[in-house]
Design a protein around this ligand. Structure first.
Ligand SMILES: *Cc1c(COP(=O)(O)O)cnc(C)c1O
Length: 389
């Protein structure tokens, strides 16, 4: 036991090696805490810190004002009648699938859907049909394919899918399909429609009602400047009673939420960052302009080009960089050279070992920082251009 204590104590000296660097990881850029949230950390970091005045129902807690946040502010923000806090976007998706479907039912996903949507479906024991595979270089979802697939599912199973899901945008290319159109198609067939906004809720303006969505899902740690794990789930009135049904034994506890969800620091940071989130959503156009500026600039390096629908409409972008791949074949650090060179220039967040293509985001970086990043890629190219001969 003493040994275990001694070994475990080494952990306290661990430092995160990305602090102070420009971080380009799309997964992390929208989850950076607001200053207001950071200030509240130490006071609220203890376990169950929000439960001092709880009457048994998390979303009814008045101090801290979770009640007002969940029942007033959040539905307004999401464009839904009802909202709840969950432990993540994937938990939100599972809650919807699990409450709408029975074992063996079929759901329809876009083919760019996130793995967590598939795993949520698998956990709920439902079959997934996807829209046709998307193709290089745009990887575009064809909205009309939802109608075709719904027809196909009807023909094969005798009934329409229990749920249709659109990833908005998808987590690889940042493509924003015409969600309103997909929602309209689903409405025609009377199929409930879920928007996965893990990369949009908290970054860009998005309103479930305007996009014909019955459900909307967001991720606090990905796109709402919260520490997490925390997610949000909005539903229309029609599905509220099904999704948030109460336990028979414990009358105030909602079954799908297992009674209560995020109970501590994550919800505090989510609420503290909310004004900052509203403000940045308001200025979304600037972020898209920055992303376009960066992609345009980087296209000045031979062979580099963005994938996904262009011009980009999102900060998450995927670029093909065959020149860096060619360099990596001759460099002694191989696939790790790019990461090492960038780190030396104060930049992190490109997935380890990748040189041929990777995702990045300039979200909320200043123009000065973005120029630093662009210059870094040009410098690295110039430095090793000779290896290409
Ligand atoms: C990150 C991501 C998720 C998962 O979000 P969590 O809140 O961590 O569960 C789901 N869908 C997409 C498209 C994502 O990019």
């Amino acid at each position: 036991m003493e040994n275990l204590i001694r070994e475990s104590q080494k952990f306290k000296d661990l430092h995160r090696q990305t602090i102070g660097y420009i971080n380009l990881n799309p997964l992390q850029r929208g989850g950076i805490l607001s200053d207001d949230a950071r200030k509240m950390i130490s006071e609220w970091a203890d376990g169950y810190s929000v439960c001092d005045f709880c009457d048994g129902c998390l979303d009814n807690i008045k101090n801290p004002p979770i009640n007002d946040f969940v029942h007033e502010k959040l539905p307004k923000f999401l464009g839904t009648e009802t909202a709840r806090i969950t432990n993540g976007a994937r938990e939100s998706k599972f809650i919807v699938i699990h409450s709408l479907c029975e074992k063996g039912d079929t759901v329809l996903f876009d083919s760019n859907a996130h793995y967590s949507s598939f795993v949520a479906a698998e956990r709920a024991c439902v079959n997934v049909v996807t829209t046709p595979e998307t193709e290089h270089p745009e990887f575009k979802i064809n909205e009309d394919s939802y109608a075709e697939k719904i027809e196909e599912i009807k023909k094969e199973t005798g009934k329409p899918p229990k749920l249709a899901l659109l990833t908005y945008p998808d987590g690889n290319y940042g493509n924003l399909a015409d969600a309103k159109k997909v929602g309209g198609i689903c409405r025609e067939y009377d199929v409930p429609f879920l928007l996965n906004g893990a990369y949009s809720v908290g970054r860009m303006p998005i309103n479930a009602k305007e996009l014909n969505a019955d459900f909307i899902v967001g991720s606090g740690h990905k796109s709402m400047a919260a520490s997490g794990p925390i997610g949000v789930l909005g539903t229309s009135e029609e599905y509220e009673k099904i999704v948030f049904r109460k336990s028979e034994k414990y009358k105030i506890k909602e079954v799908e939420l297992l009674g209560c969800t995020s109970r501590g620091l994550p919800v505090i940071t989510l609420m503290a960052s909310f004004p900052h989130v509203l403000e940045r959503v308001w200025r979304w156009d600037e972020e898209v302009a920055k992303a376009r500026w960066f992609l345009d600039k980087l296209s000045g390096i031979p062979g580099i080009k963005p994938l996904g629908v262009q011009p980009t409409g999102h900060d998450l972008n995927f670029i093909e960089t065959p020149v860096f791949y060619e360099i990596s074949k001759k460099h002694k650090k191989r696939g790790y050279f790019l990461q090492k060179e960038l780190k030396a220039k104060g930049i992190v967040g490109i997935k380890s070992g990748l040189t041929k293509f990777f995702k990045l985001s300039m979200y909320l970086l200043t123009m000065e920082e973005i120029k630093t990043v662009a210059d870094a890629f040009f410098d690295i190219y110039d430095k090793y251009e000779g290896l290409l001969e």
